[in-house]
Design a protein around this ligand. Sequence first.
Ligand SMILES: Cc1cc2nc3c(=O)[nH]c(=O)nc-3n(C[C@H](O)[C@H](O)[C@H](O)COP(=O)(O)OP(=O)(O)OC[C@H]3O[C@@H](n4cnc5c(N)ncnc54)[C@H](O)[C@@H]3O)c2cc1C
Length: 369
Amino acid sequence: MITVEEFQAEAHDWLATNGHDAPRDYGAICPPALVEAGLAWHRRVNAAGYAGIHWPVEHGGRGLTPEHNAAWLLECALAGVPPIFNMVGLVLTGGALLRYGTDEQKAQHLAATLAGDHVWCQLFSEPGAGSDLGGLATKAERDGDRFVVNGQKVWCSGGRYSNWGILMARTDPEAKKHEGISFFVFPMHLPGVEIRPLKQMTGEAEFDEVFFTDVQLPADHLIGPLHGGWGVGMSVLTNERGHIGTAVIGLERRLEAMARMADGKELHPVERQRLATLLTTGQAYKAMAQRQGPQAGTAASLMKLGITEMMFTSSMLRGDLSGADAMLEGPESFAMLAAPGGRIAGGTSQVQRNIIGERLLGLPREPKA
Ligand SMILES: Cc1cc2nc3c(=O)[nH]c(=O)nc-3n(C[C@H](O)[C@H](O)[C@H](O)COP(=O)(O)OP(=O)(O)OC[C@H]3O[C@@H](n4cnc5c(N)ncnc54)[C@H](O)[C@@H]3O)c2cc1C
């Protein structure tokens, strides 16, 4: 097997030749305006063997290790290009299918996802179920060889441009809250699905509300055990936090960008102190990321919390340093308006602190109301 160092050198050279054709690095979710460019880039990345790096060869992957994949993420961060187009497809759905999918389900979706033919969104959150996802109310009732789906999802990133979704829905309303949920792959174009854009305070509309009215979902779209979807969903969310956390691997570049905030400016001592705090915190997270490696685990919550809080603080400092300009339309105000979303997506900072307290530090569980 090619060593991580050899692979990384190969990836570095490939990006040096091809990286100029990539769209800007849009983070975890591609905004609707960049979909065409993002997909074209992804197809090129896949053809060159850099998508599904640690997926099995029989499903279109390269059969290498998570460490090789982390090396790709690092090289992309250094080159300032997006490593993949569809995080929900490659990280969340891919992870769920590889662990819980049947051979038929893997054959139907994995290679097509790598090829960019199946583009995925995440249908988890509801108006009454976000942090407490176990409270979800969307129903999938068994009727012969189908499930009939009724309900509503919200905050679905990329819903409009996805042709597949991963859906968590209640299949046993009588069971305890976490025991009556199932996990499905869901074709977004089924009759009875209505997708409505939601506008954010940045002015963009990156996510959607999705409504289901008597949607007939074939029963073989169930992933994992019937009523056992909670475990599938939780493993998916751990992968998501791990992926957000591995953005730390590219931290060097972010730290450089942060340090450049001071370029050409006479900083007030308080601002200088804020910047120094950010840069030293960033170094600490970098060291933690290197020690932890690319595997997602409970420690993923530490990284998710750390990086999103740091990016929030950095956006606010950048705004403060720009003075009155930050009130005008431009990159500073956009960054300030977009930053709070990072602290919410993939589980809020408060929820990460609960996970860290209870599962990593072994503190008493918070009282249940
Ligand atoms: C940019 C972005 C993209 C997203 N993309 C998707 C997507 O594609 N698919 C999807 O399904 N969802 C998506 N979401 C939704 C996201 O997962 C939820 O917003 C998040 O889980 C929080 O749920 P909520 O908004 O219902 O807030 P709530 O759960 O109602 O929380 C409200 C406040 O209460 C706090 N809180 C709640 N419970 C506790 C507790 N036990 N202890 C302490 N504080 C608590 C929270 O931290 C928060 O401050 C996205 C969100 C954002 C911002």
